[in-house]
Design a protein. Sequence first.
Lengths: 462, 217
Amino acid sequence: MVQILDVMKKALEGKPMSEVDWQRKLFAPTIRRLVKEHGIKFDPDNPIHNDDSLADDVFEAGFELLLETGVFCTDTSRIISYTEQEIKKALRNAPDKLRVGEGRDRKEFVPRKIEDKTPPWCLLGAAGAACSSDKSFLTLVEGYAEIPETNAITTPAITVAGGMRIRPASPLELYGTIRNAVLAREACNRAGRQGIPIMNSLATAESGISLSAALNPKYGMRSSDGYMIGCLDPMRVDFDRLNKVVLALSLGAPIGMDFAPLLGGYSSGPEGTAVSDVAHHLMGILTYQTSYSIPFPLHLQYISNSSREMLWVISAAGQAISKNTHLLSLSLNYTSAGPCTTMCLSETSASVISAVASGLSIESVGVASNKEEDRTTPVEPRVSAEIAHAVAGMKRTNANDLVKELLAKYESKLSSPPLGKTLYECWDPENRKPSREFQGVIRGFKKEIGDLGLTVGLERLL
Amino acid sequence: MTNEQMITTIKEAVLDYNLDAAVDATKTAIEKDMPPMDIIENALVPSIREIGDKFGRMEAYLPELVLAADIMTACTAMLIPLLPKEGRESKASVIVAAVQGDIHDIGKNIVVSMLIASGFNVIDMGVNVKTSVLVEKAIESKAKIICASALMSSTMGSQKDLIDFLTALGERDTHVVLIGGGPTSKEWADNIGADNWGPDAVSAVRLVEEHSGVRGD
């Protein structure tokens, strides 16, 4: 079985190649050829497809992509290659369940299959969105912990420490990361969910040294949390990321790799993006020693994954993984629109439906492309979770009809989406409820989604 | 073969992303004494522009942009020495970099490819470029424009550092500083004193074109 020292050996002794050549002359043409060879075709009429053989084709192409291109180590400029046997063995040995959290919040995260009735694991929160103050961090995380469906928290990332904007791998980032740990635990305590796991530990830690600093036990991080490490798209790694792998392994903690194959980037179109998505899942269990995967394929122009093509990518890669492996995979969704807009709620619903019907669990949600400071609220993940639970077990054909209805409501607005409102413009931290205006938006959405045949309660919000 | 036929052949080769065919067709046009500026303006530029438009509509992707940039570089390398001296200058020198601390390269690579394809002399400094090194290069190369990208909120500060360094060295007025990247905005650009902000690669090229005539090398 490939272990982290084997990965290092491969990184030090693999085939040397320039990064530019690996991306341009190996990765991009290989993915294009594999898409062609396997006859993979995006079908705009069926954003959630219903074709088991397509799921197998996408899986095989993803497997072959990793086998042929390997993973590029940017620090050594060498290719980390894996044999067919190593990949197959890693797939067999990958965790098929994960117990995270403590006390009554300790739950079992299990893999799902296509059209599975098992409720998806709901990793809810801000997905590392930029957050400028302790107050807004606490407000958000407390709100996420209060969502009944929350199995685990995905926190925001802190952008300011000591009144200064955080700089990468600086003392400010270390302090911000420590604060990230302490405040996340405090917010969960306030909500009475002391044991809930934080599964994007730690969003503020861009660098390994920051993660290391925050792991001092007095800051409250636990081996029952999940440690998330980002992958450089496409399929690249550096020593700083491998340092984080070693840190999490030394804790005996589960590792999740988040990765964002870009539609329009080196993976080319929707077909290549789905294939790349699958290959990233496989590279994660080997290179990052992952227990769970967090795919968030993104559209290069919209920086979200709610468009028709992206729903197809989520569905195609999701079905490939859930049909052919027992990997634990959480589909992370990004919306284009911001809080207090119906479009944002429709977008997050569509992405979540595509993931859940295709056999994935969810991490939700990056709001307004996850790039604006303090532009997210506890409402969006709450809606995602209720929708996710409501569609568990739904047939793909019905899910496909549903997302087409939703697409009709927002598709034309993706290129200039409404950014909505910031946290305190539409969320009352004292009453822990959305503003009156936002409640009106939620009521309207509840009616719209109800007219499409889905019932969501959204109690406590209204 | 008429000039029109030669132009069509070059355009077809470019739109087919066929580097060898584009180079061969350009060589043929040169051998047939077709004016080099005609080849650039009537064959290369329109076809490269078409590829850029396709990228804007997501009908072409980053690998195609990269190939288009390679073709433009190879063909103009043959044509520029043949131009009269006054026509040999490329549009402007542009430095492109992901700022200190930022290792995200895909957006930057798209901007680089589109700028090369549009005929600019591009100095791609890569990712995680130390601010002092970026500034030294800008001064040394007399680049008119600096495009600095930051994809993380924690690296936006390095864009401000860039402005601060240029100002401290008395070089602020000799360089146009354009910024971009996910968490950045026009407001942030105004806040730190950048000349402009682009939300995507297409607008980055438009801004470079707009600003390249503003201040001299």
